[in-house]
Write a protein that binds this ligand. Structure first.
Ligand code: CA
Length: 228
């Protein structure tokens, strides 16, 4: 699945370079030039990794990291610091960052670090997600409903995975398409609707306990209801 990176960097030149390089490496980049906007996004939208400069206008990077962690978000966070001051790094790591890079750095180095962080997180993340009678083995990419295998296409699986990560919460169409597709061209909400419809029928065929609700203009929500 495509990795969505939250990038907070106020240096426009560096930000542009990071966006270009990460995009060519199949990351989807959501970039912000100040800490407040980055935090607002981080608290309200899904992302897989974050790259946060410590020296940011409006809200320091350190506060962004702290706020994301105190909100319970556990995605890997890499901090960027302009100073080689050990104090900055220690503070950043204590605030909950997973790794750091001191500027100037080679952009390739950042890509390598992000790859390592996402692999580590992938290994450390829960390998089984479940809701009611459904359980998903994230490593094996398999889904069981009341003990029986549910056969899904890659897109249906990806969609279910995103909904299952936040059961009971509305996941927006744009968030789903950002995660499921790499190309802007494919971001057609009708396509998402087709996948949701297919997934909904497959679930309905095996259980009455789980339902995917459509919230017009907002998105979709996976809920568990009593089987009666
Ligand atoms: Ca800065």
């Amino acid at each position: 699945m495509v990795q969505r990176v939250l990038l907070a960097e106020d240096d426009e030149v560096l930000r542009g370079q990071l966006i270009d390089l990460l995009t060519t490496r199949q990351f989807v980049v959501e970039s912000f030039g100040d800490g407040a906007a980055a935090l607002d996004f981080g608290l309200n939208q899904a992302f897989d990794l974050a790259v946060i400069d410590l020296g940011l206008p409006k809200l320091p990077g350190l506060d962004v990291v702290k706020a994301l962690r105190s909100a319970g978000l556990d995605q890997p966070i890499l901090i960027l610091t302009a100073r080689a001051d050990w104090h900055d790094k220690v503070q950043g790591l204590e605030a909950g960052a997973d790794d750091y890079l001191v500027k100037p750095f080679h952009i390739e180095e950042l890509v390598a670090r992000l790859g390592a962080l996402s692999r580590r997180a992938g290994g450390a993340l829960q390998t089984t997600l479940s809701l009611g009678p459904l359980s998903m083995d994230v490593k094996a990419k398999s889904v069981l409903v009341t003990g029986q295998a549910l056969t899904l296409t890659a897109y249906e699986y990806g969609l279910l995975h995103l909904l299952l990560r936040r059961p009971g919460q509305i996941v927006s169409k744009s968030e789903l398409s950002d995660h499921l597709y790499q190309e802007d061209l494919d971001r057609d909400s009708n396509v998402i609707e087709v996948f949701v419809g297919r997934l909904r029928r497959k679930l309905a065929a095996v259980t009455a306990e789980l339902r995917i609700e459509t919230h017009r203009g907002q998105g979709y929500r996976l809920i568990q209801q009593s089987a009666s």
